[in-house]
Design a protein around this ligand. Sequence first.
Ligand code: PMT
Length: 223
Amino acid sequence: PVTADLAGRHVVVSAGGTREPLDPVRFLGNRSSGKQGYALARTAAARGARVTLLAANSALPDPAGVDVVPVGTARDLREAVVRAAADADAVVMAAAVADFRPASYATGKIKKKDGAEPEPVALVRNPDILAEIATSRPREGQIVAGFAAETDDVLAHGRAKLASKGCDLLVVNEVGERKTFGSEENAAVVLGADGSETVVPHGPKEALADTVWDLVVERLPGK
Ligand code: PMT
């Protein structure tokens, strides 16, 4: 049975993958489908939360009873997170955010020039949204959770990322061309800033989402 342990709480979830445009036709993107973030939004709503879902380029249908805010780039997502996090009890960043974007945007489609080698694409850094929210905590007692998508040395990279981002929880999952992205299932270790490690075996993305909310609820200050 579902308990309404998030009733009266506002939670913000990001999902999907940002797209960083090069010109009106092309972008730098990633393989996130949005499924893990949408599972977090659905399970939080089922547990009674008011949910704001910041959805980056996902083709999934809007979950019932969830406030969905579509976003495109990392900078769009940052603005939406800052706005929504102001009164949020918890922020969970499941979106795959581009660390870099093209340094310039061509307003017309980039053409290939006969015989010429392609121009290299210069990149600049995007804002680190998770680190910003985790260090600024727009609301007192707010719980901030991130994800770490790793392809190798998954736990070691996850532990380093938890320390550098300053969040309360970091969900470490392994990704690859055919792993986790777009699939219905996931497996993870959820690292806590308090040193806790919660192993979530391979199973539906909803099961991992529910474990994340269990860990968030344990850490939320009383009303
Ligand atoms: O959408 P699916 O197909 O279901 O796939 C799910 C998933 C693999 C995308 C998801 O489970 C996941 O791991 N999401 C995080 C992907 C990611 O961007 O990981 P990262 O290790 O690059 O980033 C670490 C954390 O910082 C993430 O919480 C990310 O949202 C955040 N971040 C990253 C860069 C940046 N500039 N700003 C950020 O806030």
